[in-house]
Design a binder for this molecule. Sequence first.
Ligand SMILES: Nc1ncnc2c1ncn2[C@@H]1O[C@H](COP(=O)(O)OP(=O)(O)OP(=O)(O)O)[C@@H](O)[C@H]1O
Length: 744
Amino acid sequence: MTVDDGRSGTAARPPEVLKEQAVVDDLYARLDELRARARARLRDVRRSGPSGSPQNRSERDAFATLYEDRLAQLEAVEDRLVFGRLDLADGGDRYVGRIGLSDEAHNSLLTDWRAPAAQAFYRATSAQPDGVLRRRHLVTRGRDVVSVEDEILDLDSIDEHDTTHLSGEGALVAAMAAGRTGRMSDIVATIQAEQDRIIRSPLEGALVVQGGPGTGKTAVALHRAAYLLYAHRRVLERSGVLLVGPSEDFLGYIDQVLPSLGETGVVSTTIGSLLPGVRATAVEGDIAARLKGDLGFARSIARAVRARQRVPREDVRLELDGVPLVIRRGDVEQAIDRARRTRKPHNLARAVFVKDVLKRLATQYAEHVGTDMEPEERAIVLEDLRSHRDVRVTLNLAWFPITPQRLVEDLWVKPHRLAEAAPHLSAEQRAALRREPGAPWTDADVPLLDEAAELLGEDDEASRAQARADAEQRKRDVEYAQQVLSRSDAGALVSAEMLADRFSSGGSTLTTAERAAADRSWTYGHVIVDEAQELSPMAWRMLLRRCPTQSMTIVGDVAQTSSSAGTRSWSAMFSQVLRPGWRLEELTVNYRTPSAIAEAAQRAAVAARLPVSQVTSAREVPESLHVVALVDGEQQLRDLVSDAVARHVRADGTGRVAVLAAPGRVDRLREVLSDPADGVRTPVPDALVVLDVRSSKGLEFDAVVLVEPDELAPSDLYVAMTRPTQQLVLVHSRDLPEGVVPQL
Ligand SMILES: Nc1ncnc2c1ncn2[C@@H]1O[C@H](COP(=O)(O)OP(=O)(O)OP(=O)(O)O)[C@@H](O)[C@H]1O
């Protein structure tokens, strides 16, 4: 049942709406009060000026950050602060919203959507009402209640055949039909039961979520991040959460969602940017991507490292102060063995190797001069040997200190290095990996650079000493934070550990997310991977190094895989890279694509034998699929795109149109459509984009004009066809791929 007069803020609203308006007004009033209080506290803390002891200053800065965070959180929940109400069998009721609010006496006014008490809002059904008599969705615009929508959960209303029951259908339909803005929005008010189960799944272990296009995998992954940060804040606030997406464009598309859920501390990145100091900008060819992504390449990197540890072909003769000395092959061999046995990374084990060879030379020196050297004299000889040119050159050739970048680039630019490291590859395969010196990195290089960094290591004596000092300091900080909390009212907001973190970072400088993003060896408390079907085994190996506990949420669709190194079967991939025990969940309802489009996409995918998941479309949109034969070249295309823009881009700036095509067509299409004289005009600058299909992965638009579908690989076609929320226009001069149009 829906109670709605389509207006807001008028006295003519139905009594139920007005009743809810009064509650909503009270909740916003409480929110305003809390904001004012946080602002006042922040002002007081800032006003206290830069004086005082370092301890005072750090305490003040820590509180300033605390109040800033709190204020940012309270500001972020303005839109749809409250969206639900549960009427309970015990006679009480419970309002559900973006955050939890309580009054001065600590009585709960609003339940955070992530709290256990809110679960029934998403999960209760007539068959399993969980103590709920009625679920009410409040639809608000700004601070006004526009309508309420009720579901009565009693046994009489169970429909035996209803397996795809959608909760809060009116609110859901409105959310699905809304014009797109180019930014993803949260779905907190309309999360469906199958999604909620995934969002609240336990933190431990690897959870894999398979689902066809538009089933909410990205939405669920992001809400799960917010849920986990709420339910396991102590652990995750310190260790951090990492989110890996397919492209920078995709990360830009989703970057509003977590802040709107009050969470800002998640590190978002692509595989190509995961390694600090490296940015992959080039696109890898299919053959090279597959070869580099194979786990066998880990052995090649290990071999490439060992190749930098080698015994000289001949003994090396030199003189120190007129004393003849020999760097013997046998000595070098033994020193290499000793250094390898330490199992330290190459660049660290080098010190052991060098020390060993120098010791042997110093002994030769002593034997030659015929005296037992005093320790001081021996130290001087060792120093002279260390700086002796011939010794330096010989030691470098035998154990070369090297960066990951140099090691990996040498494989691509020096054929003998690759032949030595990857004897399993054919000459043809090696040719596919060949590259010019200085060429930019690709996504497929990054896991290899990470592997190399792991095996090479950095000289971290200084950082170990620092770590010891930091541990001592932290102990003192936590003790101090406990004292501070015992004499302030901030205890409800923050734990002693969290406050100590803020002391240690100078109060405001680096957050956990910033520290984690800059540190290659950081291990996260949880890792979320979107479009996970694209990752190679080597990319998984790199990610698992950052999450040894394997507490991960992995979402993707094996029918959408475009990378030659990705997977079409989760079990085939994860039997190689994950510990057994990972769990699989499926999502089955498509909330994005109108059913006629979804069915056409599915037919084409099945005809191409892609491993498609069966999905039901939640939306019917009349006339959503158009197939247009291109007979009049570029002018006809311009007209079609102009028409789509006119139909879908609205005066309020919402509505997005994309023209999608194979990569080779994109530049020309951009020229044609943006021609200053007769190009397509849009009411807002970024309402129309031209993209190659692979860059559209994970994104969505109101309308999509897909040019020459026949030129796309089947999985790319599947991705492209499932991007629109309202309309798909297939423009073709060549035959259409099989299945797109139903056979008569
Ligand atoms: N419960 C829901 N309520 C409202 N909208 C929803 C819900 N679930 C998903 N959506 C919407 O459906 C659209 C598709 O969701 P999302 O992008 O998360 O799907 P996906 O499975 O990641 O898709 P793809 O694999 O095609 O990239 C988004 O606009 C999302 O906001």
